[in-house]
Ligand binder design. Structure first.
Ligand code: AMP
Ligand code: FE
Ligand code: FE
Ligand code: ZN
Length: 299
């Protein structure tokens, strides 16, 4: 076990974080991290600025993405369910990736406007105010609505906003398009990236990534995803159920999956702090060796 702090999941203002890419890298430097990954939702638009900052601050940067995907598996009787897929060191100009990122972002934009219109029936909020909080080129998400709800005193913080008004099963929620997990795995691999399932055991999460069933079933599910390109799981994450994490650790070991631990830092938008979960150097090296799409920025 090395004592280098390696954190492979963080957001910036290019999606729903509060830091600029430069501020993220500076915060990582101040928190004593050796390595940080920039993994904004459905965009790589923060990479260039983060790269320059990483060189200035002398910190290792792993360029990445957190792609919105969904699992649709009628054979198991699961409802379609959202799942996030991290991709590291992929080619940001790969045509299928570029097309898919643009499609998700455009649907997210329409969907956010639809949610705001529904919320506006009950609360004093409008789309122009929300749109003004989204930097050009950034991926729109529910936290942008939260920002306005807080600014207007309708809720006191993001957590309260997500408890009711922005809740996934709440009255104002509108889903957005996302590619199937199977296809997203293929796109990240074609783009030379390393796909890692993000927070697969989120509490109240996805039955398809749950590991409480028979070990045989779980293993065959993960084997299928591995045959489609899956290379790792984000085993250590504050949203992962602790008991299920122990089971997934066994599955990951048995199947030879890369194992990561990360904060999912969003600046002031979430309480998650840099380095709160970490990835070992051995696992980072496996990611660096497997990737062919883009270069790690080294100190
Ligand atoms: P969206 O991508 O628009 O569906 O919104 C989901 C995003 O909202 C996630 O990526 C999180 O960053 C954020 N989020 C979800 N739940 C919460 C919560 N309870 N508190 C703060 N942020 C949250
Ligand atoms: Fe987020
Ligand atoms: Fe996520
Ligand atoms: Zn995230």
């Amino acid at each position: 076990m090395s004592d280098l702090i390696i954190d492979l999941h963080a957001h910036t203002r290019s999606s729903d974080g509060s830091d600029t890419p430069t501020e993220l890298v500076e915060a990582a430097h101040q928190a004593g991290l050796h390595t940080v990954a920039i993994t904004d939702h459905d965009t790589t638009s923060g990479w260039a600025e983060a790269t320059e900052a990483a060189r200035n601050f002398g910190i290792q940067l792993v360029p990445g993405i957190e792609l919105s995907t969904q699992i649709i598996d009628h054979s198991n009787g699961f409802e379609p369910h959202s799942i996030h897929l991290l991709g590291y060191l992929l080619d940001p100009n790969h045509p299928a990736l570029v097309e898919e990122m643009a499609k998700i972002r455009s649907h997210r934009d329409n969907r956010l406007q639809m949610m705001v219109d529904k919320i506006a029936a009950d609360y004093d909020i409008d789309w122009l105010e929300v749109r003004a909080t989204i930097p050009p080129g950034a991926t729109p998400g529910r936290p942008h609505i939260a920002e306005v709800l807080i600014a207007k005193g309708i809720v006191s913080d993001t957590t309260e906003a997500f408890q009711h008004i922005l809740a996934a099963h709440g009255p104002y929620h509108v889903p957005h398009y996302a590619p199937k997990l199977d296809r997203a795995l293929g796109i990240i691999r074609e783009a030379g990236g390393v796909p890692v399932l993000a927070h697969p055991l989120s509490r109240g999460g996805n039955p398809a990534t749950d590991v409480s069933g028979s070990l045989e079933d779980v293993i065959s599910r993960y084997e299928k995803w591995m045959s489609l390109g899956l290379m790792g799981v984000e085993l250590h994450h504050r949203e992962n159920d602790p008991e299920l994490t122990e089971t997934l650790a066994v599955v990951a070991e048995k199947l030879g999956l890369i194992v990561t631990g990360s904060s999912d830092y969003h600046g002031t938008k979430k309480p998650n702090y840099l380095g709160e979960n970490q990835t070992t150097l051995v696992n980072l090296e496996r990611i660096l060796e497997a990737a062919t799409g883009s270069e790690v920025i080294s100190t």
